[in-house]
Design a protein around this ligand. Structure first.
Ligand SMILES: C[S@@+](CC[C@H](N)C(=O)[O-])C[C@H]1O[C@@H](n2cnc3c(N)ncnc32)[C@H](O)[C@@H]1O
Length: 263
């Protein structure tokens, strides 16, 4: 493996993707010449890092469903690392003509395996070469639980019955580390591990919380979606945002799932 300082390191100032990718790399067996499929590749974390480490004798196919993300990744790549290819593809239904890979990685991917997460993992394992390794990360059950408890209590106190029912359904649907371990074991993978590392997400009150780049897109929007009346949602979330002492420190669980195909 390349021992020089990487030219394509994980971005230092990314406080979400990078810590998850660091956990992924901690469990990934990475060597020159590997053929890697990186799913939910976004704009290239950790695809660029992986490509540099495996070198020109290997191959990385990085796939994402969003054409915008793929275009962004290709713009960053320019003519560098020609053994790394970004393609627009849905990881839940991989093209049947895809070959098998020595490694399949997916940073911050499992939450998008809906509606049938097990089936998605099964589809991935079908493209894992004998003796190959699958390593996936996601924020697992328990992530931001202090916030969800505050939201749930406030909904109960304010008699938001329908909204609370939808919110409870959302909470129940989140995958846990244990769910992930079971999928990999049921699919016959070996040396299966599900590891969790806490990650604190810092936020201030009010607008800083409501428009926090990590919280708004993937998490707070899920609470807004529990409301039919978006004016009510705004007012409710404003109250929550002003009472952050009730749910900070805000802790995410970085979960890494790892398993090996039989040789
Ligand atoms: C949270 S981002 C993670 C991106 C990158 N791996 C990182 O760590 O920064 C999740 C990515 O998954 C992509 N995605 C969501 N559903 C997908 C699907 N069904 N197939 C492929 N990509 C998908 C999104 O477009 C997005 O770029």
């Amino acid at each position: 493996m390349n021992k020089d300082a990487p030219r394509w390191p994980l971005p230092k100032h990314d406080y979400w993707s990078t810590p998850f990718a660091e956990s992924l790399l901690q469990h990934l067996d990475l060597r020159p010449g590997l053929r890697i499929l990186d799913i939910a590749s976004g704009h290239g974390i950790p695809a660029f890092y992986l490509a540099e480490q495996i070198g020109p004798t290997g191959e990385v196919l990085a796939i994402d469903m969003s054409a915008g993300q793929v275009a962004r990744a290709k713009a960053i790549q320019g003519s560098e690392l020609p053994w790394l290819q970004f393609e627009c593809m849905d990881m839940r239904s991989l093209r049947s003509d895809l070959p098998t890979f020595d490694r399949i990685t997916g940073n911050l991917s499992v939450m998008f395996f809906r509606p049938n997460r097990f089936q998605t993992v099964q589809g991935l394992v079908e493209h894992l070469a004998p003796g190959g390794q699958l390593v996936l990360t996601f924020p697992s059950y328990g992530t931001f639980d202090s916030l969800w408890q505050s939201v749930d209590q406030a909904m109960a106190q304010q008699g938001l019955i329908k909204e609370r029912e939808r919110f409870q359904d959302y909470l129940k649907e989140r995958p846990s580390a244990q769910d992930g371990r079971c999928w990999l074991e049921q699919l016959g993978l070996e040396r299966v591990g599900a590891f969790e590392y806490p990650l604190e997400v810092k936020t201030g009150a009010g607008q800083e919380f409501l428009y926090h780049p990590l919280l708004r897109g993937g998490f707070l929007d899920d609470v807004y979606e529990c409301f039919e009346n978006q004016f009510l949602a705004e007012a409710f979330m404003k109250q929550i945002s002003e009472a952050i002492q009730g749910f900070t420190p805000l802790i995410a669980q970085r979960c890494v799932l790892s398993g090996w195909n039989k040789s």
